[in-house]
Every structure is written in structure tokens, then in C-alpha cells.
Design a protein around this ligand. Sequence first.
Ligand SMILES: NC(=O)c1ccc[n+]([C@@H]2O[C@H](COP(=O)([O-])OP(=O)(O)OC[C@H]3O[C@@H](n4cnc5c(N)ncnc54)[C@H](OP(=O)(O)O)[C@@H]3O)[C@@H](O)[C@H]2O)c1
Length: 277
Amino acid sequence: MADNLPNLSGARVAVLGAGKMGGILLQAFLKQQILSPERLLATVAHAERAAALSAQWGIQVSNDNLSAADAADVILLGVKPFQVPALLEEIRPALTPEKLLISFAASVRTEAIERAAVEEVPVIRAMPNTPSMLGAGISALCRGRYVRPEHMELAESLFAAVGRTVVVDEKHMDAVTGLSASGPAFIYIILESLAEAGVKVGLPRDIATLLAAQTTFGAAKMVLETGYHPALLKDAVTTPAGCTIDGILELEEGGLRVTLIKAVMRASQRAKELAAG
Ligand SMILES: NC(=O)c1ccc[n+]([C@@H]2O[C@H](COP(=O)([O-])OP(=O)(O)OC[C@H]3O[C@@H](n4cnc5c(N)ncnc54)[C@H](OP(=O)(O)O)[C@@H]3O)[C@@H](O)[C@H]2O)c1
């Protein structure tokens, strides 16, 4: 029974579909030493990639999903959303209530994963993001119907190793996908544009990029650590008749706010559709 679920220090974890996101998570687990190489397994689709990754990561990487799922206590699903049904079909014989299944595929609902298993398998859906690579990620987690507090605890400690975690209702997972999973790409565009702006006003590119990146980082840190509303922090920068207000005027005229809101809305909408292929 699920009572036997080992804690993180004893669990064997398999990442099925160790691509960009799976690879980031898996390498972070190793780097943070929350899992030793012997307790981490992975699969990918192509045999030559499996061999190369096995050598690179120093863990067992194969194309055999069923064996990996069979050997693991915690199974992470990291394939593309449309590939999840076929993968579940393949590993179904290994899915028992003693295992914990964590899917980080966008769009795929816990209910669809539960239905694909014969038994009452605990399923957690997670939505991490790429800054997990540096321990600066944020992952939202939601629980399926057979999940118990100890399963959530284990999943939270796994994802806490790569950044912050939040627990949300499943109805919010597509919104999370549009905001924090797609979000790094939006921020990179803002950051790249700020750096480009620095070049336009005469700064060397490397200095402009550093100024833009550290400013983005610093502003985010201020929001996270002071707990102040971003508008209040913005007001502290904006002196009457100063330079910042002139810049803000341009941002408002250019519709930056509405553009960002629409970007997250569109990404969230797309997240609802991905599982269908
Ligand atoms: N990228 C992100 O920022 C991000 C953030 C949050 C969640 N996600 C989710 O993460 C999942 C993967 O996205 P990604 O960007 O990491 O894509 P990706 O780099 O293409 O990774 C997919 C991996 O799945 C492997 N694969 C495909 N079919 C397989 C099979 N039948 N058995 C075992 N492995 C198989 C591929 O193997 P090969 O390498 O051999 O082709 C590849 O390594 C998606 O569901 C996405 O929604 C991504």
C-alpha cells in the first residue's frame, strides 16, 4: 500500500522522457544531492541519445520505459503532452498504488492519467520552469484523487530542491503554465530588449546585458523579499518630473501591460489544448 512509500532519501526515481525539462530536473536532483546516481533512472526515445546521456549524467538511461517504471518508486512523466497516453499504455503493468506518478507534461489532466492505470495510482501534476536548472525555479503542484499527504510531501521536497513550490487546484494548472512555465521566455524578451536599448543609448553590449539582467533579478528579488506590491516599488523609483516617468509614459503608450496580459492569456489557452496533440 501507499503507506510503504519511501521518503525521498530512500526512493528510486525514474524520469521517463528526460528531454530539456526532464534533464534540467534530473541534473538538479543530482547536483543538489537529493538523489544519488544509483537511485535515479531515465529514459529517452533514441538509443544513441540514451547512451550519450548515460555517460554524461552517470546514471542509467535507457529506452525501456516499463523496466524503468518497474524499478522506481516515483515515476516522473516528462514526454510531450500528446505522447503521454502511449507512454502510460507502455508502463501500465508497472502502475500500482505503491508507486507515485508525477507528470510535468503541460495540459494532461490527473484524471486522464488515473484512467489510464488499472489500479488506484496516486498522480500528482507538476508544472516546473527552466530556471530550475539553477535552483531558481518555481513549480506548481496539484493532487489527483488518490494522493495522500505523504505523497504531496515527497513531491514538494523533490521540486523544492530546484526552487520554490506552490500547491494549487488543478483548475489553475493551465494558467500556471501560461504564466510561470512560459514566463521565462517572456522575461528573456524583455531583458533582451532592455539590453538592446542600452546599446542604442551607447553602452557596450556586454555591460548593457549585465545591467539589464541584474536589474531584472534585483527587481524580482525586491518583490519576493520585501513583500511590497510591485506598484509601490515602482513608485519609489519614479521621482516627480524625473526620467523614469518619461520612460513609463512610453511603456504605457506601447501597451506593454496589455501585451503581457494577452501573452499569458494566449499561452494559458494553448496549454488547455496541448494534450489533444
Ligand atoms: N521546456 C519547458 O520549459 C517545460 C516547462 C514545464 C513543463 N514542460 C513539459 O515537459 C515535457 C517535455 O518538454 P521538453 O521541452 O523537455 O521537450 P523535449 O526536450 O522534446 O523532451 C521530451 C523527451 O521525451 C523523450 N521521449 C519521447 N518519446 C519517448 C518515449 N516513448 N519514451 C521515452 N522518452 C521519450 C525524448 O527523447 P529523445 O531525446 O530521444 O527524442 C525527449 O528526451 C512536456 O510535456 C512539456 O509540457 C516543459
